[in-house]
Design a protein around this ligand. Structure first.
Ligand code: ZN
Length: 440
């Protein structure tokens, strides 16, 4: 399965290269798969570590690139007016209000520039099958699958998401590598490679499973402590199973993300030493206090995932637990989310922004930021949640999520001021990742 996917990715890349060459020669490429709009020459910005795997594209002959805008938000709550960012290779070298010696490459005028957005919970390999239904995806050609996955990552990058965490599938690994090599257009990827289920596994078997995903190249560990929201979301594992997966992940230096909806599963996950709780629709005061006391990250997905399922009900209906009861459960959970979110905010929980983006939702990730503001979060805090705080939750807080000298040049821009109108973030008009411009 994996080798077929690699072959498909390579085939897709060749198509992409052909299209780019065609564009450079002044020909009109086919419209259904637009080529990467990477501008500028190949730079020398390759670094080290998970971020530096990407080969940055710098300025002419490796020279600096300058971006000017009315507002520069640093991702940590600060705004600089009429600022100029200078990028060299894949890194930011300065942010200043002084005009530089060299000309401005990108004068974004009344735009607001922000760090590249980060989504800490996506599913890259979810797509609708050839007949438009989720249930038919399994029978699709490998090439169809590869195209759909490449579209998902492209849509997210074009929407301003320069880093995403996928939780996770085996196909993420070749995709992560193809993007890092610069041959597929998409955000930086961190992935759990697999989703570990408790089932009847003994603690020893689960520890072995964690070691397997680590050996396979996982950046983090993902485990389910409760059922799906469509099945009631009740805890369906033991404390011993949770202790095993979270303990083993910690011993291997991996973060652990736990799917948990009900208070019992959240409290047990926190007790097991997990890093981050996902979803938490039914989190009560005790569950919120447990997360706050343990300084565990909480990623409540309140703005996109359930809404997207409901908007695409006809495409999901009939597959697995996407039944009438399942949809009724999701509909019933919708009004609980903003209430739970406000309680979590009041408790001071650290909430990096994740969407749980599935088929139909990729590229609409910023709806989560808009939903947080609609639920009462300050716009600047919602932006921090999708930038520096999200980066911190990935242990990449010193490399991405902040606009400052020395950080990766992951830079996006929107027209106007998102502090006045948060929906501006739904319309990102400039995207730079690792010093390469992908959208202008
Ligand atoms: Zn998920």
């Amino acid at each position: 399965m994996r080798s077929r996917f690699v072959a498909a990715v390579v085939a897709g890349c060749l198509t992409l290269v052909t299209l780019v060459l065609a564009a450079q020669q002044g020909q009109t490429p086919p419209t259904q798969t637009p080529p990467a709009t990477v501008q500028r020459g190949q730079g020398t910005g390759a670094g080290t570590g998970p971020v530096g795997q990407f080969q940055g594209r710098g300025g002419r002959g490796g020279g600096p690139v300058t971006i000017k805008a009315a507002r520069v938000m640093d991702g940590r709550g600060n705004v600089m007016k009429d600022a100029i960012i200078t990028v060299q290779g894949s890194k930011i070298v300065s942010i200043t209000q002084q005009a530089p010696a060299n000309p401005i490459d990108y004068d974004l005028r009344d735009a607001t520039v922000l760090p590249g957005l980060i989504d800490v919970h996506v599913h890259l390999n979810w797509y609708f099958g050839p007949d438009g239904h989720y249930g038919s995806r399994g029978g699709a050609l490998a090439g169809y699958q590869a195209d759909a996955i490449q579209r998902n990552v492209r849509d997210m990058l074009m929407a301003g998401f320069t880093t995403v965490q996928s939780v996770g599938a085996a196909t993420d690994k070749p995709l992560r590598e193809a993007i890092a090599a610069g041959v597929v257009v998409g955000p930086r990827i961190l992935t759990s490679i697999a989703q570990i289920m408790g089932g009847n596994n003994t603690p020893d078997q689960l520890r072995e499973r964690v070691r397997q995903v680590k050996a396979a190249g996982a950046d983090l560990m993902k485990f389910f402590a409760s059922g799906s929201i469509r099945d009631g979301g009740k805890m369906d594992v033991t404390q011993a199973q949770l202790d095993a997966v979270c303990g083993e992940a910690k011993a291997l230096g991996m973060r652990s993300l736990i799917h948990a909806h009900d208070p019992a599963s959240i409290i047990a996950s926190v007790k097991a030493g997990c890093t981050e709780i996902e979803h938490g629709v039914f989190a009560d005061d005790a569950a919120i206090k447990a997360m706050a006391d343990a300084h565990v990250y909480f990623d409540p997905n309140i703005g996109l995932v359930l809404q997207n399922y409901l908007e695409n009900q006809d495409k999901y209906f009939g597959s697995g637990n996407f039944t009438a009861e399942g949809f009724a459960a999701m509909q019933a959970a919708l009004p609980l989310q903003p209430v739970m979110f406000r309680k979590a905010m009041a408790a001071g929980l650290k909430m990096p922004m994740g969407t749980d983006a599935v088929a139909g939702a990729h590229g609409q990730n910023a709806r989560e930021i808009v939903a947080r503001v609609a639920a009462g979060q300050k716009p600047m805090d919602a932006i921090t949640g999708a930038t520096s705080l999200a980066a911190e939750s990935l242990n990449l807080g010193d490399q991405i999520g902040t606009l400052a000298p020395g950080f990766e040049a992951d830079i996006v821009a929107v027209n106007g001021d998102p502090l006045q109108d948060i929906t501006r973030l739904l319309h990102v008009m400039f995207v730079m990742k690792g010093g390469g411009v992908y959208k202008r």
